[in-house]
Design a binder for this molecule. Sequence first.
Ligand SMILES: [Zn+2]
Ligand SMILES: [Zn+2]
Length: 150
Amino acid sequence: MTTESPAPSTMLKGSCLCGQVSYSLTQKPSQFYFCHCQQCQKVTGSSFAANIVGPVDSIRWLSGENLLTHFDHPSRAFSKTFCSLCGSGVPHINKSKTSLVIPAGSLDQAPAIEPTANLFISESPAWLSIGLSANKFTSYADEKSSDDEK
Ligand SMILES: [Zn+2]
Ligand SMILES: [Zn+2]
């Protein structure tokens, strides 16, 4: 854990779904991309990963560090850190230890950076582009009121 503490107002915060793991970023991230590779599909259970990249020493765990589980792919340059209670992906240092990879959906605030690239688009499943043009609803498709289930 770092002892440096920049102005709190500049820190992005994030957390897992169950709320036990939380973190802040002490430096601005540098890149934001979507990765459509098959490993990212497996690890997210969805069609792509939305990843933000920042300096390795920019992570500060605020709670739940003891609940973190880390996975390194045995043969590929691929890693994942997740909350062992709820399975949510949280920031991890990549296998080559060159950068911090922050799952964008784990952030509690909107980052000041926008996605600039779609990686491994050749591995994207056909159902992603079909699904993105499907009918859109503000809540569940068959709900009369959008307020009931949330
Ligand atoms: Zn959790
Ligand atoms: Zn990927």
